[in-house]
Ligand binder design. Structure first.
Ligand code: HEM
Length: 460
């Protein structure tokens, strides 16, 4: 079945499970028909306060385009990517310090470490400030002496991590679950939990914005401001605009705190759960495919050298072709976002049928990426399909970052962070899985448990 129809309450969805059917939808056409993801009056998203805020669920094209410019300017620039490679190496060094204190016999819950690690990394890259989520987590679990922390830390970083997790999962919940079920006794406590977490996140993001504004106000006028993402949002259209006039004629006022909070929240939510879960699935598949792992380590050592502590740059990472093929293959077999959602604003013909405007299409990425009509032996984990340009599989689309104009704006950042993390981990440690990876599919494919032991490699 390549096209099917289903309902959740009164909401109709059309499921597309064939790559040819989604090609048009995924084309990056300006003002194309498939620009939005949800209906303009989506009841669940209104209820959750997610509609027409920020980027991902903003159906107002001009607003979306304006906010997207900030993401593009920051996250797609080479200077930002270069800086991110330094930040990610610093976060890794910090994480290793805690692992060393815990000792090699400790079973590490890698999914929890990974989440805090990407939280700290994305927080510094977007605000130029540390968040200390790793330090807080270490202090929470260690039986040993706790790590001393500066006064200015995000004491609530654990609650932050939990709230971002809740925000990600609330997206699928408010999207699919009709109001009558959300309010049903027993289920309504999930609804309330998501709302509470989202409100908590909103308030705390607003506090961060407030303190950044104070910092900007205190910075002498002749002193250059940093051009991190948050400072860009806060200074656009004021005298000290660090965005070099990103604004257009439609946007001549400073950005409201509500809009800044929504965009900043999306940078955090977009960048943490996605990358941290991807890392867990990578480790799991690599440990179950020792030949692939060995070849990857050889590439890492060939490109970055044998010293497991040497620093590297984004140019070095771009030479890790096999590592990149592994990341693509993991995203093919364990697609992190198993479905993509698009809505047409004009009537469209797909699969020989004419669909009225406002149809919600669910793109069945998981099935397409694992279907034998497109992939040779799809059940086999084989990164080589992306290495050899003559392999027909290498021509296939991988939808890890979606497609069209709304393709993930954090994709370059995610790729360098994940490559860097894999390299730092595998050039130094032997990983022992302490049980199977446990997963669930909520809005994204989530790793619920990945227990490992890490030992420094003997031949170092
Ligand atoms: C492994 C990491 C990541 C994966 C797998 C991923 C995947 C995706 C996918 C599938 C989409 C939907 C695209 C579409 O509709 O076609 C998306 C959108 C988005 N992503 Fe990512 N992403 C990752 C990392 C990041 C990072 C690091 C950030 C930012 C720091 C980010 C921010 C966003 C935002 C804001 C959107 C909405 C874009 C829009 O609507 O214009 N993502 N991502």
């Amino acid at each position: 079945m390549v096209i099917s129809e289903f309902y959740m309450g009164s909401q109709r969805f059309i499921l597309l499970s064939n790559d040819d059917l989604i090609q048009n939808i995924m084309k990056p056409v300006i003002d194309g028909s498939f620009h939005n993801r949800i209906s303009d009056d989506h009841e669940g998203f209104k209820d959750a306060g997610l509609l027409n805020n920020g980027l991902a669920f903003n159906n107002n094209y001009n607003e979306w385009q304006y906010y997207r410019k900030f993401f593009t300017k920051v996250m797609m620039s080479s200077s930002f990517i270069k800086q991110s490679v330094i930040v990610v190496q610093n976060s890794f060094l910090e994480m290793e310090k805690y692992w060393e204190k815990l000792g090699e016999d400790t079973v590490l819950e890698f999914n929890h470490w990974s989440k805090r690690y990407f939280f700290d990394t994305i927080f510094v890259t977007t605000t130029n400030k540390p968040a200390y989520a790793l330090a807080n987590y270490y202090n929470k679990i260690t039986p040993n002496e706790k790590s001393s922390l500066p006064e200015s830390i995000l004491k609530e970083s654990d609650m932050f991590v939990e709230s971002i997790d809740a925000l990600t999962h609330s997206i699928g919940y408010f999207f699919f679950v009709p109001r009558i079920i959300r309010n049903f006794p027993g289920i309504n406590r999930y609804t309330q939990y998501f709302k509470d977490r989202n409100n908590w996140l909103e308030n705390n993001v607003c506090n961060i914005i407030k303190s950044k504004r104070e910092e900007i106000d205190k910075t002498p006028i002749d002193q250059k401001l940093k051009s991190d993402m948050l400072t860009m949002y806060l200074t656009v259209n004021i005298e000290r605009d660090v965005t070099k006039r990103i604004a257009d004629d439609l946007h001549d006022k400073p950005m409201s705190d509500k809009s800044i909070a929504a965009n900043f929240r999306e940078a955090l939510a977009g960048g943490i759960d996605t990358s941290s879960n991807t890392m867990c699935f990578l480790i799991n598949l690599l440990e179950n495919n020792p030949k692939v792992k060995q070849r990857m380590i050889e590439e890492i050592e060939r490109v970055l050298g044998k010293d497991p502590n040497s620093l590297f740059t984004s140019e070095d990472l771009s030479k890790l072709e096999y590592v990149e093929a592994i990341i693509k293959e993991v995203s093919r077999v364990n697609s992190l976002i198993p479905i993509n959602i698009k809505k047409n604003t004009e009537p469209e013909v797909i699969g020989g049928y004419r669909w009225s405007k406002g149809t919600i299409f669910i793109l069945d990425i998981d099935r397409i990426q694992n279907h034998e009509s497109y992939w040779k032996d799809p059940e086999i984990f084989n990164p080589d399909r992306f290495m050899d340009k003559n392999n027909p599989d290498s021509k296939n689309q991988i939808y890890m970052f979606g497609g069209g104009l709304r393709k993930c704006p954090g994709r370059n950042l995610a790729m360098v962070e994940i490559k860097a993390t894999l390299a730092m981990l595998y050039r130094k440690y032997d990983i022992q899985l302490m049980g199977p990876l446990k997963e669930s599919i909520q809005t994204i494919r989530k790793c619920d448990e990945l227990k490992v032991k890490l030992k420094k490699r003997k031949n170092l």
